[in-house]
Design a protein. Structure first.
Length: 195
């Protein structure tokens, strides 16, 4: 089904149907990111390392939560059975919070921190850096009219990163949401001008 990440490596994101993205290299799939509904930000990501859900929350200060897939369903079952656990009390594996100027901090429950910012190598390329400032993952989202694609470069410093799969999926989740927001804004501007 999927293969393990082996940095350094160049991978490609391709859209495979409605709101589903696959990360490939030479016809080998490394990860999949599938939106759960036609609208909204909830998506499920899967790689050989596991399954996670990604969801944008908040309005004035949006952030993205990462949870182990299935934990929400288990918590809901416990609540229906009279338990005290609720879906909102389920712990996050990681949270990505904006810190300004298009940058974000990714805080994992285990205490590890990573940083999201422009790589300055290409105009729209974004990267995930460790606490020492080393680039681990570089992601580039490209839109050409009605088609979109992307690339992921796993840098030479990435092999020591145990959260590599989650970080690749989180980066792509954020870039797809940003693109969707841009498309919605452009459509709204066209309607306002014509309307």
């Amino acid at each position: 089904m999927t293969a393990a990440f082996t940095p350094p490596q160049q991978l490609l994101w391709t859209e495979d149907g409605a709101r589903r993205w696959d990360l490939y290299d030479n016809n080998i799939r490394y990860a999949t990111l599938q939106w759960n509904k036609s609208f909204g930000s909830l998506a499920t990501g899967e790689s050989v390392d596991g399954r996670w859900t990604f969801k944008r929350c908040g309005f004035f200060r949006p952030y993205i939560t990462v949870r182990i897939a299935g934990n929400e369903a288990i918590a809901a079952q416990q609540t229906r059975a009279g338990g005290t656990t609720s879906t909102s009390a389920e712990p996050d594996l990681a949270v990505m919070r904006s810190i300004g100027r298009g940058e974000a901090e990714i805080q994992f429950a285990n205490g590890r921190k990573y940083y999201w910012r422009a790589t300055k190598r290409r105009r729209r390329e974004r990267g995930i850096y460790d606490q020492q400032g080393r680039l681990l993952v570089a992601t580039l989202f490209e839109r050409r009219f009605f088609t979109a694609k992307g690339s992921v470069t796993l840098e030479t410093d990435a092999p020591g990163c145990t959260e590599l799969s989650v970080l690749c999926l989180l980066a792509w989740h954020r870039l797809v949401l940003e693109d969707s927001d841009e498309q919605d804004a452009m459509a709204g501007a066209v309607v306002a001008v014509m309307g």
